[in-house]
Design a protein around this ligand. Sequence first.
Ligand SMILES: *Cc1c(COP(=O)(O)O)cnc(C)c1O
Length: 397
Amino acid sequence: MLAERVKKIKPSPTLAIDSKAKAMKASGIDVISFGVGEPDFDTPENIKEAAAKAMREGFTKYTAVGGIDPLKDAIVEKLKKDNGLSYKREEIIVSCGAKHSLYNIAQALYGPGDEVIIPSPYWVSYPDQVLLNDATPVIVKTFEADSFMLKPEALEAAITNKTKALILNSPSNPTGMIYDRKTLEAIAGLAEKHGFFVVSDEIYEKLVYDGKEHISIASIGSGAMARCIVVNGLSKSHAMTGWRIGYAAGPADIIKAMTNIQSQSTSNPTSISQKAALEALTGPQEFVSTIRAEFDKRRRYLVQELNTIEGITCGMPAGAFYAFPNTKRLYGRKFGDRVIAGSTDLALYLLEEAKVALVHGAAFGDDDYLRLSYATSMEDITRGLARIREALGNLRP
Ligand SMILES: *Cc1c(COP(=O)(O)O)cnc(C)c1O
């Protein structure tokens, strides 16, 4: 009955864990969640007010498919100011979230016979979006010893004459890694040499720590910019996950194709949300530094504590809001008859026995790790860590 493509994909595993944890909570169980990938802060008042004003003024009708001009212009300004990128209005599309922009890209660029290179650990939707468009994801493993950065040599080894695109995510979900300029230059050079596109998901750009710098690969040079589609959004930087506003910037012909696709699928992103996004981009930005400072505090505490738990080691993530501890040494241990064979068993064990929700590394393509979001209160981080420590202490060789 169902189309063939449906059989190739699975529901987003991060959302799946979250719904299981929510169901346990709803039945009265005190579950502490490190599972969610969204800020625990409320959307700033000035942004909500802009939306309320839009409603009051009757800004509640269809808009231009790819977003209203003032919002596109604000995005052009943002890309210039923050990323040193000069785009024109016709090189911008506003979509229903960054995920939707990524999906439009997949529809516009990937097709049967195309290969799309995805470094692992990867964000869960990348491979499935490739599969939904009948192309082949080519997973290239990265290593903690290289800070999870894709090595140009490893990329080069994966390139074939079918390579259509590479999907980069810096700062990374789930590892928190940030690409350095030298690596981005080498990757951009390979994209130019072999003629593939680079889809650069920069949704966590505002959440970088220790004075580190986010660099957009499109800013490496004009050759790089011509091969890049930059994806960003307001969900993570302005705590606007529910508003569904993301955007992409790239060559005009690709953006035009994406806009046509959008015109035949969702039409414009919500008119009210677009006004809110305009305020988010052009209004006061203190909120961003406030949440960054709070995330930074939690990051240092969580990682330091994780490293005191026997069987776990955790590197210090440079960006985003996730810790990605290595839990390989715990595999093979037992709780009664229950054997923890890998990250999925471990995540389930922690959910059922410790009432702590987090995501198994296997969901991101690397079974040696777990992902803990620290977009949750310091109090819950402290309580959750105590539960994890106790539950892991109960495992036997
Ligand atoms: C959250 C997230 C997105 C999607 O963000 P939306 O704008 O809410 O669709 C995209 N990429 C990564 C890596 C994310 O973590």
